[in-house]
Design a protein around this ligand. Structure first.
Ligand code: GSH
Length: 202
């Protein structure tokens, strides 16, 4: 059976949501980021970065969450969570990579700056991340204005990854009122029944 290393409060969440949506059985090995089990030689043999998630599917050992999502949709989707044409596939890569290259770092840094601040968040750092987010979020806002999903008019792995990343600054208090289309899209993806199923692993 497929194994997913990483708990629900890590990027393994997206991987489990994809597996639930695809109806593929899996075993979850819940590990917290930077926890001791992620630093063992056994785990590092699977994932030399010591990070989460890692997927094991038969002989295939795969890390990097987007690579895992693309693999699962292509291998098990039969059209689900993926797009139908090469052009749409290019569009899926475009939006997924745009989010991971331009938005993921400031989104995560903002979340961590608040989560580990022990009541004293570094306001300068948070303001710098806010500036970066405000540079790129308008592009996504315009794109989503007339769409329910990022690409192809259907739910894909790009939505599962993207909406998770975009939700992190909100936890840190980032105000999305200037980005109503993004806010609606994140809410739509977070309300998917698969999200509730995965939360039950918590
Ligand atoms: N680009 C990697 C990032 C992986 C990552 O940073 N995972 C977090 C958990 S969500 C982690 O394990 N962090 C531990 C660390 O930074 O050492 C991916 O998408 O898989």
């Amino acid at each position: 059976m497929i194994k997913v290393y990483g708990g629900v409060y890590s990027r393994a969440n997206m991987v489990m949501c994809a597996l639930e949506a695809l109806g593929v059985a899996y075993e979850n090995i819940p590990m917290a980021p930077r926890s001791e089990p992620t630093q063992t030689s056994e785990y590092r043999e699977l994932n030399p970065t010591g990070k989460l998630p890692t997927l094991v599917d038969g002989d295939l050992v795969l890390w990097e969450s987007q690579a895992i999502l693309f693999y699962l949709a292509r291998k098990y989707g039969d059209g689900l969570l993926w797009v139908d044409t090469l052009e749409q596939e290019a569009d899926l890569y475009r939006w997924s990579l745009f989010i991971s290259n331009q938005i993921e770092v400031p989104a995560l840094d903002m979340l961590l700056a608040v989560k580990y601040a022990e009541g004293k968040p570094d306001q300068q750092l948070i303001d710098a991340q806010r500036q970066l987010l405000n540079r790129f979020l308008p592009v996504l806002e315009t794109h989503l204005q007339d769409k329910d999903y990022l690409v192809g008019g259907k739910l894909t792995v790009a939505d599962l990854h993207g909406a998770t990343v975009i939700s992190w600054p909100k936890v840190a208090g980032f105000d999305y009122s200037d980005y109503p289309a993004i806010d609606r899209w994140v809410g739509r993806i977070q309300a998917l029944p698969v999200q509730e199923k995965v939360r039950q692993h918590a």
